[in-house]
Design a binder for this molecule. Sequence first.
Ligand SMILES: Nc1ncnc2c1ncn2[C@@H]1O[C@H](COP(=O)(O)OP(=O)(O)OP(=O)(O)O)[C@@H](O)[C@H]1O
Ligand SMILES: [Mg+2]
Length: 305
Amino acid sequence: MSTREHRTAPNGGAKALAAPAEHAPALAAPEAPAGLIEPPPVVVFDKVSKTYENGFTAIKDVSFVVKDIPGKMEFVTILGPSGCGKSTVLRLIAGLPPQFPATSGEVLILGKPVAGPGADRGMVFQDYTSFDNRTVEDNVAFGLECRGVARKERRERAREWIKKVGLDVDRDALKYPHQLSGGMRQRVAIARTLILRPRIILMDEPFGALDPTTRLKMQDMLVSLVREASATVFFVTHSIEEAVYLGDRTYVFSSCPGTILKELPVPPPDFPAKEMQRQPEFMQIVFEIRDMIENLESSTRAGDE
Ligand SMILES: Nc1ncnc2c1ncn2[C@@H]1O[C@H](COP(=O)(O)OP(=O)(O)OP(=O)(O)O)[C@@H](O)[C@H]1O
Ligand SMILES: [Mg+2]
């Protein structure tokens, strides 16, 4: 029996997939009770399009809202074919060029237009983006160093995070990235981002290069870390299982130019990844989404012809 904490389903953990809702940009928030000022949404995309310098339109009229609901941090997973603009969406949130700025439309973070990268957002990439010439400890402490945190405190906090992501301080803290496996390097990248406690965590296929067993372990670790981190997560993946397991909701993107085809609520990770992903109810949801994506893709192709 795992001792891992699991997020509790707001609906008591129902496993059934709620009926897929047609995606409609729900930009109007429901009215707050009299006297209460509703906080701005965590992220708003309002008809966002990106056309690159060569004239290629990667995403077109993408609209969605992730609200700031006290005590409920959302985990948004993004599925879609290669080249449909998933990384473009994440990098627009992160404020990273050349994806940022958008060509048209508006991206708001906590009510303000994105002006560039900021401490409120942290990103984890697919390729293990650690500094080769820094030890695990110094990689994890890098952001704190940039913020001017004193050496002793940096070291203590880095070691705390090395443990949190499942590495062994005595064995691993002084290793260099080339001495680590892919899974270990990705744990370092996650620690390096989460140590800075960003309000929004952006993850671009972080487990895409890992073997299936390591991947399930990393999913379990992420669920407990994110719960503790009180952050909203945007997580891009090509794995439907991973999107369904980790997400509170999933956006399914169309191919070129990318736009959100469906927004689906999915059940929360109430059990360890290995256990839950074997459950017939879970597999049924995955099959339904797989069929839906295939239908969406074939109807999109038919419409293009
Ligand atoms: N700087 C750029 N200039 C021109 N086109 C670009 C640029 N960056 C990305 N693109 C194009 O925009 C589209 C979307 O790219 P993006 O990287 O967002 O896709 P993706 O959904 O993340 O794909 P993958 O699943 O393969 O990572 C692709 O067709 C890509 O070739
Ligand atoms: Mg990508």
